[in-house]
Design a protein around this ligand. Structure first.
Ligand SMILES: [Zn+2]
Ligand SMILES: [Zn+2]
Length: 396
């Protein structure tokens, strides 16, 4: 069974059974289909013959507990690697995985998936997993690039404006120093897997072809560890703390890629990349609007009516003094140029201040203030709805 077979063919569908079908159900389904499709019963029917082969192949894998597990795992990995909108897909890309499959075939496992992109390429991601599974300890293999790692970091809102150096913990990103990565307790050595004689793969003949598949005893590693290293429990890897520079102006959800700081490469190969997703915490007062910083600021009815100088808090130093023009209505926006978020181009966005006219609650009004308001109403008997009413009448 090749990798392509594992991930391309739906053996469950071929037998018409659910993924969690029992061994008995699989056997029953196969027997029924085999009887129905048998070439003796359908002489000269090419379609039935093809189906018969398909069903036999599916049963071959699903009836063997070990192979069924391997198949399920490979399919699950493939499904996990298939993110929507990946941008790849469509038939006709050349087969890129050394030795497996025919070139120039399309793989129709989903609209945005291409098996070659996952399996081939620079040994990153899922390709790296299969690469590991199949060829990690093959003799004569050259340097191998390490896998990419994803990490997340959460920073305060203020820090997103200034940038900072943050530290992320990366499980498995460092080689264990106790066992120097072998995974074996110091003083012991991993032993060569007798099943595959250290190759990590075993050959099997199927339909006249010699196929390679990962060794099940050593899981493709070529070695077995009898006494695991106590510090890494046999993995050969430990946590690494990585400092990363988060640039000023970073926005919530932004991803930063640090080349070469993922899992270290093997045999002198380059390290994988580290991809860090930055989460920016919300600020109680300020908000981001692209490269602008936004704040809503209350003003009194007299400040709005008569104009005023107001103090506006900032995140980058002393408060600003801004002028509220006389005759300001709620929702008016003031702008302080260059006092917003640093941009990639080296500039700065603006600080946008939205003014909100607050009306005092009756309970907050002193008798004197109340009298003053009544006097104001008498001195300024306007009807602000009059223009609207006029427009209604003109329109009706
Ligand atoms: Zn160790
Ligand atoms: Zn082995």
């Amino acid at each position: 069974m090749s990798v392509r077979d594992m991930v391309e063919k739906d053996y469950y569908a071929a037998l018409g059974v659910p993924k969690d079908a029992s061994a008995t159900d699989i056997k029953k389904a196969y027997r029924g289909l085999a009887r129905e499709l048998h070439p003796d019963k359908n002489p000269g029917d090419a379609k039935a013959e093809a189906r018969f082969k398909e069903v036999s192949e599916a049963y071959d894998v699903l009836s063997d507990e070990g192979r069924r597990r391997e198949y399920d795992e490979a399919r699950a990995l493939f499904a996990a690697g298939g993110r929507p909108g990946g941008g790849f897909g469509g038939p006709g890309r050349a087969g890129g995985y050394g030795g497996f499959g025919a070139p120039g075939t399309g793989y129709g496992s989903g609209p945005n998936l291409n098996l070659d992109d996952l399996l081939g390429g620079a040994n990153g991601g899922l390709g790296g997993i299969f690469d590991n599974l199949f060829q990690r300890s093959s003799p004569g293999r050259g340097p191998r690039r390490g896998a990419d790692i994803e990490a997340e970091v959460t920073i305060p809102f203020e820090k997103s404006l200034t940038g900072l150096e943050a530290s992320v913990r990366l499980p498995g990103a460092a080689t264990c120093t106790t066992c120097t990565g072998s995974g074996a307790r110091p003083g012991t050595t991993p032993r060569t897997c007798p099943t595959c004689r250290g190759l990590g793969v075993v050959s099997r003949s199927q339909g006249g072809f010699a196929l390679s598949e990962p060794c099940r005893d050593c899981l493709g590693k070529g070695t077995l560890i009898d006494h695991p290293c106590p510090d890494c429990r046999g993995t050969g890897r430990r946590e690494r703390e990585q400092r990363i520079r988060i640039p000023a102006g970073v926005s919530d959800g932004q991803r930063l890629r640090v080349r070469g700081r993922g899992i270290p490469g093997e045999r002198g190969g380059p390290g994988g990349d580290l991809e860090v997703t930055v989460h920016v915490l919300r600020h109680p007062v300020f908000e981001r609007e692209g490269s602008n910083l936004a704040i809503t600021l209350p003003v009194t009815i007299t400040e709005a009516a008569l104009g005023a100088s107001i103090r506006v808090p900032t995140l980058d130093g002393a408060p600003l003094t801004m002028k509220v023009p006389a005759g300001t209505s709620s929702g008016r926006r003031l702008r302080a140029r260059g006092r917003g978020v640093p941009t990639a181009g080296g500039g700065n966005g603006d600080l946008i201040v939205t003014l909100e006219v607050t009306v005092p609650k009756p309970s907050d009004l002193s008798p004197r203030a109340r009298t003053a308001l009544l006097e104001f109403a008498q001195a300024h008997p306007e009807d602000p709805r009059a223009p609207l009413m006029e427009r209604m009448e003109a329109g009706g």
